[in-house]
Design a protein around this ligand. Structure first.
Ligand code: PEP
Ligand code: CO
Length: 451
């Protein structure tokens, strides 16, 4: 056990912090934060406790986690059609996984608040001028001008209201049962044209639709109304915002971040004695940490002890992101470092962030085959190490974008310029996401049958 000093929602302020832009007008920022503090919560502590229980089941192998959504949400993309499509692809993927592996799937969206981004540099050169980098809509605007890139505290309020609007709509869709998924036109498998797997996937989609229809006939549209229906998450990066939404609800002992159900710490801000770890360690929410190749073994053991001091299953999810060519070199040592603590964690694989490349034309992309290869290795390595892969983490969208190459659609680097929309990292599009879910379901089914 580690002995840690008293925690409060603001004790992070005494620690060194990374990735934290300064506002020119500190008094204006304080006014915004004060306003945020007085606004109602976005989620309820009871929902957070439900998620924690559901993740407890994931941790012991009774359920699986699907975590996904945009790299960076944009205020301008807070639109009905986009939200419907993103929810639809996440639900479809979860149904495919449930069907393939006969296991309940906890769905966690990178949605309704994923507005802050860590970046590798402070500034970039645009047309010979050095301007601050884009840090997510919570901080500044993507438009490459000095004015747009200057951090603006009023964006914290905009982020809150856009999160509320998204969440309200997500709740309505989930509450309605989203039974549209029983209709064939909602399962677009035509991208598989000519592929050997197409008829197999169509048969699976048919069976899933039949099952939804059957339950609806019985009056049980409730499978999606279930508390484990859908939860929200974002990277807890901009701590003044996160602190303002951290509350002690009536009749509860601890503090909850009521801006999302689940908060994660990024790979760049997981320093042991730094602000982001300090902030997250005291929350009642289940939390995640991204773990990449640079994480030392001792560092990881201590991180797990700090973030999950009482070792309750479901409290901590480690989201590994090494890259297909690096996972073999790092996952085994990390698994052993965690095993030495005796603390149970959920191992989730993010096969996106270690597989980013840049095309000769200068666009960031990811290859479908690299993403799949990292997933395959994650399943194999966990099995060999006596641990279990409990979740998958994707950057995806329900739109037909062209940001990642490969998949049965056959997108090439030449296709990327056609519909390249992301403000940050490249996402799997609808077809690539659905195909990935079918492939992951096979991997998960065989991992479970051989367990
Ligand atoms: C992300 O999830 O968008 C991200 C920045 O990831 P990481 O912290 O793993 O680099
Ligand atoms: Co990203």
């Amino acid at each position: 056990m580690v002995d840690l000093p008293t925690w409060g929602p603001d004790t992070w302020r005494n620690k060194p912090i990374r990735q934290s832009p300064k506002y020119g007008d500190a008094a204006a920022a304080e006014r915004v934060v004060a306003r945020l503090r007085s606004l109602p919560p976005l989620v309820f502590s009871g929902e957070i406790e439900h998620l924690r229980q559901a993740l407890g089941r994931v941790c012991v192998g009774e359920a699986f986690l699907l975590h996904g959504g945009d790299c960076a949400e944009r205020f301008t993309e807070c639109e009905s059609d986009r939200i419907v499509r993103k929810l639809k692809i996440l639900l479809q993927m979860s149904l495919v996984l449930t069907h393939g592996a006969r296991t309940p799937v906890v769905r966690l969206g990178r949605m309704a608040g994923q507005f802050a981004k860590p970046r590798s540099g402070e500034t970039e050169l645009v047309g010979g001028h050095e301007i601050p980098v884009y840090r997510g809509d919570l901080i500044n605007d993507l438009e490459p001008t000095l004015a747009a890139r200057t951090p603006d505290p009023s964006r914290m309020l905009d982020a809150y209201f856009h999160s509320a609007a998204s969440l309200n709509f997500i709740r309505a869709l989930v509450d309605g049962g989203f039974t549209d998924l029983k209709h064939p036109e909602h399962w677009q498998l035509d991208f598989m044209a000519g592929a050997a797997k197409r008829s197999e996937y169509e048969a699976i989609a048919d069976r899933i639709r039949d099952a939804i229809d059957f339950f609806e006939t019985l009056g049980h549209t409730g499978s999606l109304r279930d508390p484990i229906a859908f939860f929200t998450s974002h990277e807890g990066l901009h701590l003044p915002y996160e602190e303002a939404l951290t509350r002690r609800p009536p009749r509860r002992d601890g503090f909850y971040n009521l801006g999302a159900h689940f908060i994660w710490i990024g790979d760049r801000t997981r320093g042991l004695d730094e602000a982001h770890v300090e902030y997250a360690r005291g929350l009642e929410n289940p939390i995640g940490v991204k773990i990449g190749p640079s994480c030392a073994d001792d560092e990881l053991s201590r991180l797990v002890e700090i973030l999950s001091p009482d070792g309750s299953p479901g409290r901590l999810t480690l989201i590994t992101r090494y890259g297909a060519s690096q996972i073999d070199g790092h996952l085994p040592r990390h698994v052993k470092a965690v095993q030495r603590t005796g603390i149970p964690v959920i191992w989730s694989a993010d096969p996106m962030h270690g597989n980013t490349t840049t095309t000769t034309g200068g666009l960031k992309t990811r290859r479908f085959d690299d993403i799949l290869a990292e997933l395959e290795r994650a399943f194999v390595l966990h099995r060999a190490l006596g641990t279990r892969l409990g979740g998958l983490h994707f950057e995806l969208t329900g739109q037909d974008v062209t940001e990642c190459v490969g998949g049965s659609q056959g997108l090439t680097e030449q296709d990327l310029a056609r519909q390249y929309e992301t403000g940050c990292d490249p996402r799997l599009n609808y077809s690539q996401s659905l195909e990935m879910a079918f492939l992951a379901a096979e991997l998960l089914a065989s991992a479970r049958s051989s367990a």
